[in-house]
Design a binder for this molecule. Structure first.
Ligand SMILES: [Zn+2]
Length: 243
């Protein structure tokens, strides 16, 4: 293998390490973002559950006021019964009293239902509250992990960047530009090995994209220090002597 190809492969070795570190950091950052979104939706659900409970409590309070008023009215009607003078008046008050009692009965049933609903909703609120705490703790944990990785990787990354500069200086400018272009496209996987697909026939393929490679291109690689890119994927090709 020629000197330029060797230099390009050395550059790729460093490049792949840098890409790997960046990928790990990006994955941790994504995990933090995903968990932040989870926490936000848990908080929203908690707020909605609390509002819902408050709404039911307000309805129950209004019902209590109504029940008290009707009880007062019933007591008053009972008083009236003792002071009526005619049967007709008595019947009229009794009719009112029975209506009011029927209404009161309905209201009390509704109040009982609401009481059960409030208990259920309180349970939901406290479950949501716990969920918010759990998601917040998870987020905190992921943030710490991300920040620790940033710290531990930063020194290594600096060292790799300086190694990259050194490696890049051994590559001719035109090939360096080619390297940068392909690297951006394939996240550092710039080089592709040419593989012989048949032990006895001169058939070759690019290991980067698995496409067949013309024999004359493989020959050019084997016989001369040429920089050849794959027609299909554009990666810079190399061939191992022992294969
Ligand atoms: Zn290819």
């Amino acid at each position: 293998m020629g000197a330029q190809l060797e230099a390009l492969r050395a550059l790729q070795d460093v490049e792949l390490q840098i890409v790997d570190i960046r990928r790990q950091l990006a994955a941790k950052e994504r995990a933090v973002k995903r968990q932040s979104a989870k926490l936000r939706s848990a908080e929203e659900a908690h707020t909605a559950a609390r509002d819902d409970l408050k709404h039911t409590q307000v309805e129950m309070d209004a019902l209590d006021v109504d029940v008290k008023a009707r009880n007062g009215h019933i007591a008053q009607l009972r008083d009236n019964l003792s002071t009526v003078k005619t049967n007709k008046e008595y019947a009229a008050v009794m009719a009112q009293l029975n209506n009011e009692k029927a209404d009161l009965n309905r209201l009390e049933q509704r109040a009982y239902q609401l009481l059960e609903t409030v208990e259920e909703k309180k349970k939901v609120v406290s479950e949501q509250e716990q969920l918010v705490k759990d998601e917040a703790a998870r987020l905190e944990n992921l943030k710490v992990q991300f920040s620790q990785s940033q710290t531990s990787f930063s020194q290594h990354l600096e060292q790799l960047k300086s190694e990259r500069t050194t490696a890049a200086n051994s590559v001719e400018p035109k090939f360096r530009a080619m390297f940068e272009r392909v690297s951006e496209r394939y996240e550092g996987e710039v080089m592709a090995e040419v593989i012989r697909t048949h032990p006895r026939r001169d058939e070759f393929m690019c290991d980067g994209c698995q496409m067949a490679l013309a024999m004359e291109r493989a020959n050019a690689l084997m016989s001369r220090d040429e920089i050849i890119t794959c027609d299909n994927c554009g990666r810079i090709l190399y061939i191992e002597r022992h294969t």
